[in-house]
Design a binder for this molecule. Structure first.
Ligand SMILES: [Ca+2]
Ligand SMILES: [Ca+2]
Length: 221
């Protein structure tokens, strides 16, 4: 670190102590130290940390950790809580600073986390997964929404198309029925017209036969 930078940092540190400047939400040194995590991930862990630092002391103490584990649905015994703190309390002050809190996720990531309670914190507060899941969920939900909208439009279009086809069919049927009516009428007319002379002829012939029979009958034997 350059001297001017160091001076700047010290000056800022003094201002923070004097209460002139509010401390940055996440100290730059945490970003520098936990390079395996993205800034976004660290910020998410910070939010989790602040959520359980009930008295905003910037430390999670024994009672706050106890409450945290209860809220996570994994209440711990007194001894287990002590073990959890001991495993990450590098400065031995009996509390968990944000930096120490980050150690939980570092150890979880490199597979050296052994305390069950801390494993619970690592898995339930896995912002990387939640972030991905959340983003995935968001995009999936969006995609589904779009698909549903498209499907909805598609269904309406299909329904309109179906109605159009039905209307056309109905019109077609009506037209053809009218046509058939005309056809039937024409056929009946034609048949009547064509059988009329035949009927007359037939009647004439029958009359003729009848007359012959009558004639034969009337002849003296
Ligand atoms: Ca606290
Ligand atoms: Ca500590």
């Amino acid at each position: 670190m350059a001297e001017s930078e160091l001076a700047q940092k010290l000056s800022r540190q003094n201002q923070i102590i004097d209460g002139d400047v509010k401390p940055a939400k996440v100290s730059q040194s945490v970003y520098a130290e936990f390079k395996e995590f993205s800034i976004r991930e660290i910020k998410e862990y910070r939010k989790t940390f602040q959520k359980y630092d009930v008295d905003h002391s910037n430390f999670i103490d024994f009672m706050e950790l106890k409450l945290m584990m209860e809220k996570l649905g994994e209440p711990q015994t007194h001894l287990a809580l002590k073990e959890m703190i001991k495993a990450i309390d590098e400065d031995n002050d009996g509390e968990i600073s944000f930096r120490e809190f980050m150690l939980i996720f570092r150890y979880a990531r490199n597979g050296t986390l052994e305390i069950e309670g801390l494993k619970t914190i690592a898995t339930t507060c896995n912002v990387a997964e939640e972030g991905v899941k959340g983003a995935k969920g968001f995009f999936e939900a969006k995609a589904q929404e779009v698909a549903a909208g498209a499907k909805f439009e598609e269904e309406i279009r299909a329904e309109q198309e179906q109605k159009k086809i039905e209307a056309e069919e109905k019109a077609e049927r009506k037209k053809s029925l009218q046509g058939e009516g005309v056809d039937v009428a024409l056929t009946v007319g034609t048949v009547c017209h064509s059988i009329q002379p035949f009927l007359l002829l037939h009647a004439g012939f029958a009359l003729f036969i009848y007359r012959i029979k009558l004639f034969v009958y009337l002849q003296p034997t």
